[in-house]
Design a protein around this ligand. Structure first.
Ligand code: GDP
Ligand code: IMO
Ligand code: MG
Length: 426
């Protein structure tokens, strides 16, 4: 059976958690393929809210095997706290599997993330400060420790000894920070974390292939989003992994021929948290209103998100980069009170019209959005369950976005709850 990818098409927080949970109903396995606890995926089920960071959003279903793939960076302390929190709410995490090839986030990664941000001052990236970037950097530098190293205390201590020496020099000499103790770290990781993580460690590549070979359906859940992608995002204001659909192959261990459906999640407007270009950004009372009504504050960090109108130029690029087969549009209900709703259909850069993303990022900083203004619907959509429940103006807005993107919009979210969505196109 083929695999499906869920991918964010903007700058994150599009509602991937909600959509993954929704689609997971028909799946046997949900695999997180990149990122780490920088993600915050919210599910609202029967009025109860679950904010997931590392555990795949299918975990609430008893029939799903949730898998943390090799492409993820894992802070074991965060993972265990998340398991405890879910289990306290009655969610069974016993089926969770963690790839032995996933890299570990170590205490010096968090230290370095925070120290780098402090040093950058007003030029900071606005990271989530959890050590994601430094952990991926160590992976690329081939000095990372992996989840499977927890199974071999001798190797773990040997590797750690070497790395900590270098990190301490960096922390002390460049960032004026106190050194870390390799022994303390090893005691915590091997003594406290390893016994609880060990039963979860698995050859997840084999698990995924066994599921596919058995004709089961596998869902690959992206974190972050297309324009936070290390290669394709608004560099350097990006994360350090590849959220784009292609990253799902690497981060789960499958080839592209296994994937036959790529669902791009898009908010009916756009948000971004952290620094970087944002052509359709809104300020003033319209922004304040959307932020407050939309609760646009970071799931983990509590930071106020930036907001802007829907950007069809970026969406066309997201369609290309991910081979989107369809879009799921979320938070349409947040546009309910507007008399008119704007959509950016192209940019003007140096007097020229661009329907596709300008290649040079300086042009993106200079891009002036060209808007089409559509009539609002002035009605509460939150109780809509069928297409016919959406007023004509709301249907027209969604149809316009689909036409601009060039791919169908199949699901439309009208509220945070699992059941608050409408099938828009077959
Ligand atoms: P993710 O990181 O992509 O999973 O998204 P987040 O969970 O960080 O942010 C999305 C927020 O929007 C969460 O609070 C969701 O509960 C909420 N949400 C998702 N879909 C809808 C929707 O259609 N309408 C409304 N009002 N809220 C939604
Ligand atoms: P989900 O999966 C929104 C942003 C940070 C920062 C940049 C780099 O919930 O959509 P990092 O800590 O990854 O090195 O930070 O990326 N960022 C996110 N923004 N949603 C996320 O995840 C994000 N994960 C990282 O704000 O700008
Ligand atoms: Mg989020």
């Amino acid at each position: 059976m083929p695999a499906t990818v869920v991918v964010g098409t903007q700058w994150g927080d599009e509602g991937k958690g909600k959509l993954t949970d929704l689609i997971a109903k028909e799946m046997a396995m949900v695999v997180r393929y990149q990122g780490g606890h920088n993600a915050g995926h919210t599910l609202v089920v029967d009025g109860e809210t679950f904010a997931l960071q590392l555990i795949p959003s299918g975990v609430l279903y008893g029939h799903i095997t949730p898998v943390i793939g090799n492409g993820v960076v894992v802070d074991p302390g965060v993972l265990l706290a998340e398991i405890d929190k879910l289990e306290a709410k009655g969610v069974d995490c016993g089926r969770l599997k963690v790839s032995g090839n996933a890299h570990l986030i170590m205490p010096y990664h968090g230290e370095l993330d925070r120290a780098t941000e402090r040093r950058l001052g007003k030029n900071k990236l606005g990271t989530t400060k959890g050590g994601i970037g430094p952990a991926y950097a160590d992976k690329a530098s081939r000095v990372g420790l992996r989840v499977q190293d927890l199974l071999d205390p001798k190797i773990f201590r040997q590797k750690l000894e070497v790395v900590v020496k270098e990190k301490n020099a960096l922390l002390a000499k460049v960032y004026n920070r106190l050194p870390l103790s390799a022994d303390d770290i090893a005691d915590r990781y091997l003594g406290e974390y390893a016994p609880r993580i060990e039963p979860l460690i698995a050859d997840t590549v084999s698990l995924v292939h066994e599921a596919l070979d058995a004709g089961q359906h596998v869902l690959l859940e992206g974190a972050q989003a297309t324009f936070l992608d290390l290669d394709h995002g608004t560099y350097p204001f990006v994360t350090s992994s590849n959220p784009v659909a292609g990253g799902a192959c690497v981060g789960a261990g499958i080839g592209p021929r296994h994937i036959d459906r790529v669902v791009g999640i898009a908010k009916a407007y756009v948000t971004r948290v952290g620094s970087g270009p944002f052509p359709t950004e809104l300020f003033g009372s319209v922004a304040d209103d959307l932020i407050e009504r939309g609760h646009e504050y970071g799931t983990n960090t509590g930071r106020r998100r930036r907001v802007g109108w829907f950007d069809a130029v970026m969406m066309r690029q997201a369609v290309r980069l991910n081979s989107l087969s369809e879009i799921a549009l979320t938070k349409l209900d947040l546009l309910d009170p507007f008399e008119t709703v704007k959509v950016c259909v192209a940019y003007e850069v140096n007097g020229e019209r661009h329907e596709h993303l300008p290649y040079h990022q300086s042009d993106l900083h200079r891009a002036v959005p060209i808007y089409e203004e559509l009539p609002g619907w002035g009605a509460d959509l939150s109780a809509a369950t069928h297409l016919a429940d959406l007023p004509a103006a709301a249907q027209d807005y969604v149809a316009f976005l689909a036409e601009q993107a060039g791919v169908p919009i199949r699901l439309v979210g009208v509220g945070p709850g699992r059941e608050q969505f409408v099938h828009f196109a077959a």
